[in-house]
Design a protein around this ligand. Structure first.
Ligand SMILES: N[C@@H](CCC(=O)N[C@@H](CS)C(=O)NCC(=O)O)C(=O)O
Length: 298
C-alpha cells in the first residue's frame, strides 16, 4: 500500500478547529442551535425545509408524485436551507430537526403540528398519510420497507464515506477510498442483481423505496455524484441504469429533482417552491428573491 498520513490519536480527543476540509466551517462536536432565528412558514399545511441534495430530493420527488396523483393536500412550501451557511443550526430549524440536517418537515394540518425529520421517516409519514407509494399487503409492504431502510443505512457509506474521501477530503487517502469504493461497488452490484429480475425494487410497484434509492444510486450511475462515474465504472451496472432512466422520465421526478437546487444548469434549479406554477418561472429570478429575503432577515 502506498504512503498514507499517519495519525496517532491523542489520549483524549481535542477539537482542532483548523483541521480544514470542505465542511470545516459547519462541523462541530455538539448538537443544538447556534443562533436564534425562526423559520418562515408559507401558505400550505406542509412546510419543507431542505436543500436539493440526494436526501432532500427523496422528499421533493415524493411530494411531486403525490401532487401528480391529484392529492391537493400534498401541496407544499419548500424553503431553502443553505447548510454551508449553517442555517440548519438556527433555533427554528433545530425545533423541527434536533439533528440539524436537511430534510425536515412540519405538518401544520395536525393539532398540534407534527414535526418529522430523517428522510426515511418523512417518506414513510407522507406515504402513510396519503396512502400512496407504499404497498398495501404486509409482505409487499415489508419488502418496500426493506429497501427503504437499506437506503438509510447504506447511503451514508456512499455519501459520508466514499464521496467524502474521494471528492471532499483535503487529501486523497488510499485506505478510506479503497475501503468505501469496495463497499459502494458492492452496493451497486446488489442493486443491479435485484433489478435484473424486478422492474422496481419491490417488484412491479413503484414505491418510496425506488424514490429514495434513485436519489442516491440513480444519480451516481448517471455520473452526477462526485465525478466518480469512470472511477466506479458505473456503466457496468446496466440494470441500475435502466431503472434510473425509467424513473427519471417521470414528470414528478423531473420536477422534484429541481426543488431547492441552487447549483448546476440554471434550467435544473428552483431555489424554492411555494406553488406549482413556480416551475414555470425564471429560476434566476426566484434565486434572487430568496437571497434578498435571506439578506434582509440576517
Ligand atoms: N440521515 C439523514 C441524513 C441527512 C443529511 O445528512 N443531510 C445533510 C445534507 S445531504 C445535511 O443536512 N448536512 C448538514 C450538516 O451535516 O450540518 C436523513 O436521511 O435525513
Amino acid at each position: 500500500m502506498s504512503k498514507t498520513t499517519v495519525y496517532t490519536p491523542a489520549k483524549v480527543w481535542n477539537w482542532n478547529k483548523e483541521f480544514g476540509g470542505k465542511f470545516a466551517s459547519i462541523n462541530r462536536p455538539t448538537a443544538g442551535a447556534t443562533h436564534e432565528k425562526a423559520l418562515p412558514v408559507g401558505k400550505h399545511p406542509l412546510q419543507l425545509y431542505s436543500l436539493g441534495t440526494p436526501n432532500g430530493v427523496k422528499v421533493t420527488v415524493l411530494l411531486e408524485e403525490l401532487i401528480e396523483l391529484g392529492i391537493a393536500d400534498a401541496e407544499y412550501d419548500a424553503w431553502l436551507i443553505n447548510i454551508n451557511d449553517g442555517e440548519q443550526f438556527s433555533s427554528g430549524f433545530v425545533e423541527v430537526n434536533p439533528n440539524s440536517k436537511i430534510p425536515a418537515l412540519m405538518d401544520h394540518s395536525t393539532t398540534p403540528p407534527t414535526r418529522v425529520f430523517e428522510s426515511g421517516a418523512i417518506m414513510l409519514y407522507l406515504a402513510e398519510k396519503f396512502d400512496a407509494f407504499i404497498p398495501k399487503t404486509l409482505a409487499q409492504r415489508s419488502e418496500c420497507l426493506n429497501w427503504l431502510f437499506w437506503n438509510i443505512g447504506s447511503a451514508p457509506f456512499l455519501g459520508g464515506g466514499f464521496g467524502h474521501f474521494y471528492a471532499y477530503a483535503p487529501e486523497k487517502l488510499e485506505y478510506p477510498i479503497e475501503r468505501y469504493t469496495m463497499e459502494v461497488k458492492r452496493q451497486l452490484d446488489l442493486l443491479d442483481q435485484r433489478l435484473a429480475d424486478n422492474r422496481y425494487l419491490c417488484g412491479d410497484e413503484y414505491s418510496i423505496a425506488d424514490m429514495a434509492n434513485m436519489a442516491w444510486y440513480g444519480a451516481l450511475v448517471m455520473g452526477k455524484l462526485y465525478e466518480a462515474g469512470e472511477f466506479l465504472e458505473v456503466s457496468s451496472y446496466t440494470n441500475v441504469i435502466r431503472w434510473t432512466k425509467d424513473i427519471q422520465q417521470r414528470p414528478a421526478v423531473k420536477r422534484g429533482q429541481r426543488v431547492n437546487r441552487v447549483w448546476g444548469a440554471e434550467s435544473n434549479q428552483l431555489a424554492e417552491r411555494h406553488d406549482a406554477s413556480d416551475f414555470d418561472r425564471d429560476p434566476a429570478e426566484i434565486l434572487r428573491q430568496v437571497m434578498t429575503r435571506k439578506m434582509k432577515q440576517s
